[in-house]
Each structure stands twice: as structure tokens, then as C-alpha cells.
Design a protein around this ligand. Structure first.
Ligand code: SP5
Ligand code: ZN
Length: 344
């Protein structure tokens, strides 16, 4: 097992986020990744691989230049407006408003490039997210030439799967899994599958590849009728144009039993297998656990081990990228269960 760690995740250390109109303690805290890293180091499960800088070009294959420019300068602009602490949007271009003109006003830009007010934009968000994408690309490098059963785990935060071509949200700024999938295609792969196991639907990843046949997106998640991100992730979203049939959503009711979750996992894996990708990217959210503070599935160590074993059974090169998972005391054990199952 190859492991790449983005130590610069700690540059993004939000204190607060909005929840029901009030500022509450931030959920995506550096402690999450510290716990994961500590668990990994004591496990003897993998070999750390170097984090190499691949520059901005691979991010520009997924995100718009205007959005990347915005992200890099956002916090300085917020401060120039007199903003202190984390930046939060206050206005959004909803239906009937225009998306094709970037306002000169920074509040206008912040709304144009975001999807919610629950994602604190900190001074270090860009640094942490940029190096997260570099970590995912480095994980991909580690897999090169290692053969069909090879796997790599990328430990980073903030997560990425809610971030789209030109917006942040759901604690995500840069879509690391999508950047890696696109880089694999650019490196010569014909087909890449992305399996998203986070509790929340990966709206950013889905949207990025929705009309394409060279990326299969398959996701198990809390039903968006009741769960974030609410506006995408339904079962009738099957892809469009050339991508028709290359998108599979398996929304599950909050409170779904572990047995039913595993049935859905089997269906997801059968779909991945049938697609015969050259690489599998897993958006590995651990917020499906019974211990998670913001989610409503109840996976435990046995189920996380089962995830790892079923991924191994696919016999595909596998790049796992860390997404959500907020039960600081439990995430380490859950990660080791997945990686332990995979390594057997
Ligand atoms: C990658 C990922 O898991 N993103 C999740 C984004 C969820 N955002 C909405 C959840 C808001 C919960 N905040 C509650 C804090 C007070 N308990
Ligand atoms: Zn999540």
C-alpha cells in the first residue's frame, strides 16, 4: 500500500461554520487528519511516497481558470474588505440571475463561486487544497507500473468531491479525486471509474464528468431528499449525451441498515466491474460510520473491512482519496479497517 500524506492540510484550520443561522464549531478540523495520520503510522500498513508538485495545469483540466484565480486571492480580498476570521458568502446567483459575468465586488464573487454558507474559506484553504490535489497526483504516480492489484491512499483535507468546475462548498475547494481521474486519462488511460463512498453525494465529481463516457461515476449516499447536498444525487441521474449510462446514483434513506448498505455496495461494484476501467479512484468518505457527528448511516469496523476486501476483489489499480469522516476518535480505526481489508 502506497501512502501519500499532505501535511499542509493543517494550513486550513477553520474555527467556525454556519449551521441553522448560527456560528458553530467547524466540523472539518485538522484533528481529523492528524488522527488518520497517527493511526497509519502505528499500523505498518503502507509505505509513504513523496508528495511532488505537478503545478497548476492538472487542476486547470478540471476547474475553470477564473475559479482557480478567485480561490488563490480570495482570502486577501476578504481581508481588504475588512473581513476577519473565515470568509462566508451571503448572496448567490440562483435561478434567473446571471452566471456569466464575474462581479467586481468580492461579496458578489464569493457567491458566484460557492454553493453554501457552511464552508469556511480560511487564509490557508488554497494552500491546503492545492497540495491535496498534488498529493492525489503523487498517489497516481506511485501506482504507475505497479500492476493491477496496486493501491495508494491519499491522506488530505479539506475534502474535494463537492467542488465543481467553478464552485466550492460542502467543505471542499479543489476536487482531488476528479483531478487525479482526469490526469490518469491525460496520461493515457482510456477509462477511469470513480466510486464515491462518502455519506454525501459527490455532486462536484458527478457534474464534472456527467456528459462523458471516459469516466464512470458511481455513488452510494444519503438520499438528497433529506441529506446535503440536496440538489443532486437522485437515482434518475444516469448521465447525458456521450455519458448516458456512465453515472449511477444509489441514494439510501438516512438510517439505512448496514446489510442494505452492503447490498448497494455490491451493485456499485458490479457496475464498476462491468465498465472495465483501467483505474479505480475511490472517494473515501468515512462519515458513513455510526460514530459520525453529522451523518445517519451506521457502518462499523466490519463493514469498513468489507469495503477494503471488495475493492481488492476487483483486481484494479486503486487510488483512494480521503473525503469526509468527522468522528475524530473513531476515524483512524475505520481507515485501518478499509486499508487492512484491501491489503489482504
Ligand atoms: C465532504 C463532506 O463530507 N462534506 C459534508 C458537508 C456537509 N455540510 C452540511 C452539514 C452541516 C452540519 N453542520 C453541523 C454542525 C453542528 N453540529
Ligand atoms: Zn461527506
Amino acid at each position: 500500500m502506497n501512502i501519500v500524506y499532505n501535511a499542509r492540510h493543517a494550513a486550513h484550520a477553520p474555527q467556525q461554520e454556519f449551521f441553522r443561522g448560527r456560528l458553530v464549531p467547524a466540523v472539518d478540523r485538522p484533528e481529523r487528519a492528524a488522527q488518520l495520520w497517527q493511526a497509519l503510522q502505528h499500523s505498518g500498513l503502507g509505505t509513504e511516497r513523496p508528495l511532488r508538485d505537478h503545478g497548476l495545469a492538472p487542476l486547470e483540466r478540471v476547474h475553470s481558470p477564473a475559479y482557480l484565480r478567485f480561490l488563490q486571492g480570495a482570502y486577501a480580498q476578504w481581508q481588504a474588505l475588512g473581513g476577519t476570521g473565515e470568509a462566508f458568502p451571503a448572496v448567490w446567483p440562483v435561478r434567473t440571475l446571471r452566471h456569466d459575468i464575474e462581479p467586481r465586488n468580492f461579496s458578489g464573487q464569493l457567491g458566484l463561486y460557492s454553493m453554501d454558507n457552511g464552508t469556511p474559506l480560511t487564509a490557508g484553504a488554497w494552500e491546503a487544497a492545492y497540495w491535496g490535489a498534488q498529493a492525489a497526483l503523487s498517489g497516481l504516480d506511485a501506482l504507475a507500473g505497479q500492476g493491477a492489484g496496486a493501491s495508494a491512499y491519499v491522506l488530505t483535507r479539506p475534502p474535494g468531491h463537492h467542488a465543481g468546475r467553478d464552485f466550492f462548498g460542502g467543505y471542499c475547494f479543489v476536487n482531488h479525486a476528479a483531478v487525479a481521474a482526469q490526469a490518469a486519462l491525460d496520461g493515457g488511460a482510456a477509462r477511469v471509474a470513480v466510486l464515491d463512498l462518502d455519506y454525501h453525494h459527490g455532486n462536484g465529481t458527478q457534474a464534472l464528468f456527467y456528459d462523458r463516457s471516459d469516466v464512470l461515476f458511481v455513488s452510494l449516499h444519503g438520499d438528497p431528499l433529506t441529506e446535503y447536498p440536496f440538489y443532486l444525487g437522485h437515482a434518475d441521474e444516469r448521465g447525458e449525451g456521450a455519458g448516458l449510462g456512465c453515472n449511477l446514483n444509489l441514494p439510501l434513506a438516512a438510517g439505512t441498515s448496514n446489510a442494505d448498505w452492503l447490498v448497494a455496495l455490491r451493485e456499485a461494484l458490479a457496475c464498476v466491474s462491468a465498465y472495465a476501467p483501467e483505474l479505480l479512484v475511490v472517494s473515501l468518505g468515512l462519515d458513513t460510520s455510526a460514530d459520525d457527528p453529522i451523518c445517519s448511516f451506521s457502518l462499523g469496523t466490519d463493514e469498513f473491512t468489507a469495503i477494503g476486501r471488495s475493492l481488492a476483489a476487483l483486481g484494479l489499480p486503486c487510488l483512494l482519496v480521503q473525503e469526509g469522516g468527522y468522528a475524530v476518535e473513531a476515524v483512524g480505526a475505520h481507515l485501518l479497517a478499509v486499508l487492512g481489508g484491501l491489503a489482504r
